[in-house]
Design a protein around this ligand. Structure first.
Ligand code: NPQ
Ligand code: MG
Length: 368
């Protein structure tokens, strides 16, 4: 496959309601959409970085800069480019995994469309639909939270994840457990808001039979997570800390987690995400697919990934209308708590031209 350049668009999609986490409150999703262009092919990528470096060190403008200056130019001067060659070509540039992931995704989509193969088939999916959970933001009051959770359960979501932070943890968890019962699949995500000094406090979540506690401590605090995992009975799951298959292997071996949240953007792409799946499977560690408020593009690829055999827990692969009134693509609609795995070539979905133009803030062409 030959490519002539990459179009990078910054988009701004309003959220249906504000999404509050321990690190920020978002009312709109700013993101980059990439279009890898060749003489007779195009492929779509999505960069999951946020506008501000609050979830991780990456941010939208920084991703645009590193793509323009270093990453796209590193793919120049080849008559043939395959997706497997992208990560090695970008490896001389340190970090910037979200920017790299977006570029690899666009090239992979272009390649798979050329070959007539879906993301699901290429990655090794074994299911034609995936069970879905939903991530529920921090609210101003417990009654508001209970209403929100009730709405998501009515919509069919099979698992609830509560965002937590100091001051919003034991009480909301207790309230949701009491209202919706012991059978509800329930987990929490702290986005690194605690320290190991909070271990006794976090142990107060133990009675509520949570599936897991996600990223309670700092991204770099692997040994802290290992110590916490020895103190609390809730299984510890890592998100931000898992930046590669190698990091996953180390965290598992050190006892820092017994479950892993896989986010392709965080780890440099779908091919590395599959390697994390494989490493975790080899260790008997369950994985699930996280979410970064993706548009239909990233959502399509995430649903394909979540259909691999080791993804044994419901993911944050929510329907389009969890976040957006109008998605960039045909919307993903929950059916019986599941989303269908796309079957068409590549992502199996394409942005609707008018919907994309509507939300595009700026467009840049980076020649190859
Ligand atoms: C997580 N996602 O698992 C993330 C964090 C997150 C679904 O909980 C804008 C863009 C807002 C990306 C808020 C979920 C975001 C974002 C939260 C990612 O930790
Ligand atoms: Mg998380």
């Amino acid at each position: 496959m030959k490519l002539t350049g990459v179009e990078v668009r910054e988009i701004r999609l309003p959220l249906v309601s504000p999404f509050r986490t321990s690190f920020s409150t978002q009312t709109a999703r700013t993101a980059l959409v990439l279009r890898a262009v060749g003489p007779d092919v195009e492929g779509w990528g999505e960069c999951v970085a946020m506008a501000d470096p609050r979830y991780s060190s990456e941010y939208v403008a920084g991703c645009g800069d590193v793509l323009r200056r270093f990453l796209v130019p590193a793919l120049a001067g080849r008559d043939r480019l395959d997706a497997v060659a992208v990560a090695p070509a970008l490896a001389p540039f340190r970090g910037h995994r979200m920017a790299k992931a977006a570029l690899e995704m666009a090239v992979l989509d272009a390649e798979l469309r050329t070959r007539g193969v879906s993301f699901a088939r290429e990655l090794g999916a074994v299911h034609d639909r995936v069970p879905c959970g939903v991530s529920v933001g921090i609210m101003d009051s417990v009654p508001e939270l209970l209403d929100a959770v009730a709405g998501y359960l009515d919509a069919g979501y099979l698992r609830i994840k509560l965002k937590i932070e100091p001051g919003w943890d034991v009480e909301p968890v207790r309230a949701v457990r009491e209202r919706f019962g012991d059978a509800l699949l329930l987990q929490v995500d702290a986005n690194a808001a605690y320290t190991l000094a909070d271990a006794r406090h976090l142990a107060r979540l133990d009675p509520f039979q949570l599936l897991l506690i996600e990223q309670p401590l700092d991204e770099e605090d692997i040994l802290g997570h290992a110590a916490l995992a020895r103190t609390v009975s809730t299984p510890v799951c890592l998100d931000e800390s898992i930046t590669s298959a190698r990091a996953a292997a180390a965290a598992i071996t050190l006892g820092a987690c017994t479950i892993v949240n896989v986010k392709p953007g965080r780890v440099g792409g779908y091919l590395e995400a599959r390697r994390i799946h494989d490493v975790c499977a080899a260790h008997g560690v369950p994985v699930w697919c996280g979410g970064m408020l993706e548009t239909g593009l990233g959502r399509a690829a995430n649903v394909a990934l979540a259909a691999l055999p080791g993804f044994t827990l419901p993911g944050d692969t929510s329907a389009s209308d969890r976040y957006y009134r109008t998605d960039l693509t045909e919307p993903f609609v929950l059916a019986d708590g599941h989303l269908p795995v796309p079957t068409g070539p590549g992502l199996g979905v394409t942005p609707l031209p008018d919907a994309l133009d509507e939300v595009t803030v700026r467009t840049e062409w980076i020649p190859l």
